[in-house]
Design a binder for this molecule. Structure first.
Ligand SMILES: [Zn+2]
Length: 680
């Protein structure tokens, strides 16, 4: 039976070497997509419903199926009062496929609904080496319509057994930081129980949800949207059926006849194991498929001026630049306070009598790149832009350092901002933009803007922020951008595509920084955890609390540092540079719980190409003087050299012994680094 079906399969394309294959069986109107790691099958069934049949983790055979009695489909769009979803009858107009960048293939299905509201297109994508199905849906109405709802995760799936555990994570929260970067673990054991993820700029959670059943069969979801969205997974019955929804908040979008409305993309990935296994799978997908490519020798060592607050000037900055360059800093960033005012993006002539370009040239002459902070969606009440265009302000005020806000999706505003950014880049020879502000997807219900007052969320995310960033990046592709909104408060899979790194916590000390890195590394590639170190009386506990992750950003007032602390900083930067380039390709293992000051916390990296592992262990006031951890990722049969950076010991141990337990001594108020490398 199986053989007969296979014989009827028609390849949709031929000749490309990728291991991604799509086939279509015309008789059953079934599509099979595979890359050897994941198989996804869809059908246009006998009732003309377009639905997912099954997602399978190949090799393991783990299957997540559509229920028989409920349709599961990537489509959920409400047009006026009519909903198009898995219960809609469609006819297939066209199918086409394409090779896409980063080892991917895309199948596009064009469907028309039976009442001819318009045309739906569904993109289904697989990438070589990634057990992930990425998809997006768009709709082109036949007549001008209002889209009232759109879902990014409208799935119904069954296949889990026993209690279903879920994981989602808090992002940076303001103003109270005690809940920032918490791990939220839930168990869905009876019908009706659910997990709610509220993601997007200025929301509570990162744009990620993972779940696994009692056998560690797992599935994760990510969505590519910076605006607000509510993602729910609910347990439907005792058999473990799950229903998902992922609605964009407050959607109310008028779409002209013949124009496309794009539902933001999303993806489902399969894994087996624990949350670190889920994390490694989603991090690789993020790094290899979604993320903006990193510049060379990344992550960099960075200096940032914020320790001076806004009291900066060219003499102070030149002095810092000289010392920074001598320490090995690679990127020199001038933070808030350089401009005449927020929204008035010209260098303050009092602070910079020689001009900003002269400072940039000096920084470049010292061999560093030059970065500028710019909060382009904010403008002080007295700024020229608001004086001349008071109607450009958003209806809701955020008061970023006393500034009002500009509505990025109002077309004259975004065009002005884009031209200002390009002017600043060109005039000041900027290599790096530190994007900052208060909520990058602002609420704006003002009438008279080019967006509908009822559609501020989608508009400000897609037509506003995305448009500005992508428009400027297209014009000035050599400039790299860092995501920031005081802290990591827009931690999404759309963010990954627009920036090369992201702030995690703000300037918030060693412990909160480690908590931030702990949480971020369950979801995002390691280079998306940059860290701001404000301290000047340095110890290795402090420096190493900021060392693990993406760019390491030093904020110290360098000319005021004691010589012995400068020496520590110089040595620690040199140490960081010996391993920073393998970090982005490394797995992360969370060997202990979310850090507190009560115990020794340990985080591990493992670099598959070289077989190197590194352990970072931190002790503040903990009573325990040593901690035994089970090292992960190693080959049990291999022999390793284990070197303690501070302990000055070298051990030779087998992978099996290291898995059973390695004891690390950590004196109070210090941090230890353990290097584990395959023995010669
Ligand atoms: Zn507006």
């Amino acid at each position: 039976m199986v053989r007969v079906v296979l014989a009827l399969l028609m390849p949709l394309y031929a000749g490309v070497a990728a291991d991604v294959t799509f086939t279509f069986d015309n008789a059953s109107r079934t599509w099979n997509l595979s890359n050897g790691l994941i198989q996804a099958s869809f059908e246009l069934n006998q009732q003309d419903k377009f639905r997912l049949r099954e997602l399978v983790l190949a090799g393991r055979g783990d299957s997540w199926r559509s229920p028989n009695d409920v349709s599961s489909s990537p489509i959920r769009i409400q047009v006026g009062e009519i909903t198009l979803n898995g219960d809609t009858s469609f006819r297939l107009l066209e199918q086409r496929e394409a090779t896409i960048p980063r080892g991917g293939r895309r199948l596009t299905l064009q469907l028309a609904d039976s009442s001819d509201l318009g045309v739906i297109e569904v993109d289904l994508e697989l990438y070589s080496g990634q057990p992930v199905l990425r998809y997006r849906v768009r709709f082109r109405p036949a007549q001008t319509s209002v889209i009232r709802r759109a879902g990014m995760l409208p799935w119904n799936l069954e296949g889990g057994s026993g209690p279903i555990s879920t994981l989602h994570l808090n992002q940076w929260l303001r103003p109270d930081t005690t809940d920032s970067f918490l791990l939220n673990r839930r168990t869905l054991s009876s019908p009706g129980q659910q997990t709610l993820v509220r993601s997007g700029a200025y929301q509570r959670h990162m744009g990620y949800l993972a779940l696994r059943d009692s056998t560690d069969k797992g599935l994760f979801a990510g969505w590519e949207f910076d605006g607000r969205a509510d993602i729910i997974v609910q347990r439907v019955n005792d058999e473990g059926r799950l229903s998902f929804s992922g609605l964009i908040t407050g959607l109310n979008r008028r779409v002209e006849a013949g124009q496309w409305f794009h539902v933001p993309g999303a993806f489902l990935g399969l894994f087996r194991g624990d949350w670190d296994d889920a994390g490694w799978t989603v991090q690789q997908f993020g790094e290899k498929i979604l993320a903006q490519p990193a510049p060379a020798k990344f992550p960099w060592v960075v200096w940032n001026s914020w320790r001076y607050q806004q009291n900066i000037d060219e003499v102070t900055l030149r002095h810092n630049a000289e010392i920074a360059a001598s320490l090995g800093v690679e990127l020199f960033v001038v933070d808030l306070g350089w401009a005449e005012a927020i929204g008035e993006w010209r260098a303050d002539p009092q602070k910079f009598p020689s001009g900003m370009r002269a400072l940039a040239d000096y920084v470049h002459s010292l061999g560093m790149k030059f970065g500028l902070h710019i909060a382009f969606a904010e403008a002080a009440p007295e700024s020229r832009v608001l004086q001349e265009n008071p109607e450009w302000a958003t209806s809701d005020r955020y008061w970023y350092f006393g500034a009002e806000s500009l509505c990025l999706s109002h077309r004259p505003v975004r065009e002005w901002i884009a031209s200002e950014l390009i002017r600043v880049i060109d005039e000041y020879d900027v290599d790096w933009i530190l994007q900052d502000g208060e909520n990058m997807v602002k609420r704006c219900t003002r009438r008279g803007h080019t967006h509908s007052p009822a559609d501020w969320n989608y508009s400000n995310a897609v037509d506003g922020l995305n448009w500005v960033v992508q428009h400027v990046q297209k014009q000035r592709p050599q400039v790299h951008w860092e995501n920031c909104e005081d802290g990591g408060n827009m931690l999404t899979f759309n963010m990954l595509q627009n920036y090369v790194t992201s702030i995690t916590s703000d300037d918030s000390g060693p412990l909160v920084t480690r908590q931030a890195v702990h949480a971020m590394t369950y979801v995002f590639p390691l280079r998306y955890t940059d860290r701001y170190m404000p301290n000047d009386a340095l110890t290795n506990y402090i420096t190493r609390s900021f060392m693990f992750g993406g760019p390491w950003i030093v904020m110290t007032r360098l000319p005021e540092m004691e010589p012995q602390y400068l020496q520590i900083l110089r040595d620690e930067i040199a140490l960081y540079k010996t391993f920073r380039e393998i970090l982005p390709e490394s797995r992360v293992f969370h060997l202990t719980n979310r850090p507190t000051e009560e115990f020794i916390d340990v985080i591990q990296s493992y670099h598959p190409p070289t077989g190197w592992a590194m352990l970072f262990a931190y002790r503040w006031e903990a009573n325990e003087a040593r901690r035994t951890v089970q090292v992960r990722g190693l080959d049990a049969t291999r022999t390793y050299d284990v070197r303690f950076q501070e302990g000055r010991r070298i051990l030779r141990m087998s992978g099996a012994q290291l898995q059973a337990g390695l004891t690390i001594e950590v004196p109070r108020y210090t941090a230890e680094i353990v290097w584990i490398r395959p023995a010669e």
